[in-house]
Write a protein that binds this ligand. Structure first.
Ligand SMILES: NC(=O)c1ccc[n+]([C@@H]2O[C@H](COP(=O)([O-])OP(=O)(O)OC[C@H]3O[C@@H](n4cnc5c(N)ncnc54)[C@H](OP(=O)(O)O)[C@@H]3O)[C@@H](O)[C@H]2O)c1
Length: 272
């Protein structure tokens, strides 16, 4: 049992007590797509610490195995190959996970990528690039969200969290197809939230702003630090915290919502 000091305010007096570390997700099975990436692996770490059975999915098993080996926790961590663009791969993976653990309680639709690698205005984009991006970022989330409902329907406590982006809210130059995909994810999230509420399933989005990759240069980090209202860098753990909240019992009444974790980057206009 891990203990940590918790600050508790009792009748205006602050005391520190040792309490058992919360294992909010003990006995829950969580499936994370794109779990070998920077945000996906942080989400995996966070849920493992909180006691969940974590199933890391992605296309590349050896990358998933590396993430699994980096997570030092006593909870069950598993890996399963799943390409979100492939209908059969999605349904086979979910059936395998459900057969093994008897349930899937939470789905985190995190697999995706931005137009970063092929930044071009829409009129210069190839149809292959556009299709490729939509297939993963939008169609992939539609496929997994559709498939998982049958495994959550009876438990009355399912959670689906989609990792969208503030680009889907605001648009961005040279990112039209990415913005369209993530805006589509908002539509998916809201519509599915309406449809599956009766099964006790909540569906929400977390929208990151800029989360630098591990290999980001010092120059890039310095620039990112000032591209938000808090003048600080967003970490993958900041995104994982928001996902954990939306999956927790505390968020049982929150559905159909988008939570921006962007240091205020998407807020209003900058003054002169
Ligand atoms: N980083 C940011 O600043 C930022 C901002 C806003 C939103 N987001 C969103 O956050 C999510 C994670 O981004 P990240 O920065 O962590 O990216 P990342 O490090 O590149 O990770 C992306 C993950 O998606 C997986 N993936 C790609 N295609 C897949 C497919 N067809 N099937 C299954 N998995 C697939 C990749 O694994 P394999 O290639 O091995 O399969 C990888 O694990 C994405 O949806 C992204 O759009 C990121």
């Amino acid at each position: 049992m891990r203990l940590f000091k918790e600050r508790i305010v009792l009748k205006q007096k602050t005391v520190y007590v040792e309490v058992e570390q919360r294992k909010r997700f003990a006995d829950y099975v969580i499936l994370i797509t794109g779990a070998s990436g920077s945000i996906g692996s942080a989400i995996a770490q966070r849920f493992a610490v909180e006691g969940a059975t974590v199933v890391l999915t992605g296309r590349n098993l050896s990358k998933l195995q590396d993430v699994k080996n980096q997570i030092s926790c006593s909870t069950q961590i598993d890996v399963c190959q799943m390409d979100v663009t492939d209908e059969a791969s999605v349904s086979n993976a979910m059936k395998t996970i459900s057969d093994k653990y008897g349930r899937i309680d939470m789905l985190i639709n995190n697999a995706g990528f931005s137009a970063r690698t092929v930044k071009q205005p829409l009129h210069l984009q190839t149809i292959d690039n556009i299709d490729n991006l939509l297939q993963t970022n939008l169609r992939g989330s539609i496929l997994t969200s559709r498939e998982v409902v049958q495994y959550m329907q009876n438990s009355k406590q399912g959670r689906i969290v989609n990792i969208a982006s503030i680009v889907g809210l605001q648009g961005k130059d040279k990112h039209a197809e990415y913005a369209a995909a993530k805006a589509g994810v908002f539509g998916l999230m809201k519509s599915q939230a309406i449809g599956v509420g009766k099964y006790g399933i909540t569906v929400n989005c977390v929208s990151p702003g800029l989360v630098p990759r591990e290999d980001a240069s010092e120059e890039k980090l310095a620039r990112f630090e000032h591209m938000n209202r808090l003048n600080s860098i967003c970490t993958p753990e900041d995104i994982a915290n928001a996902v954990a909240f939306l999956c927790s019992a505390e968020a049982r009444y929150v559905t159909g919502q988008n939570l921006c974790v962007d240091g205020g980057r998407s807020l209003g206009l900058y003054g002169d």
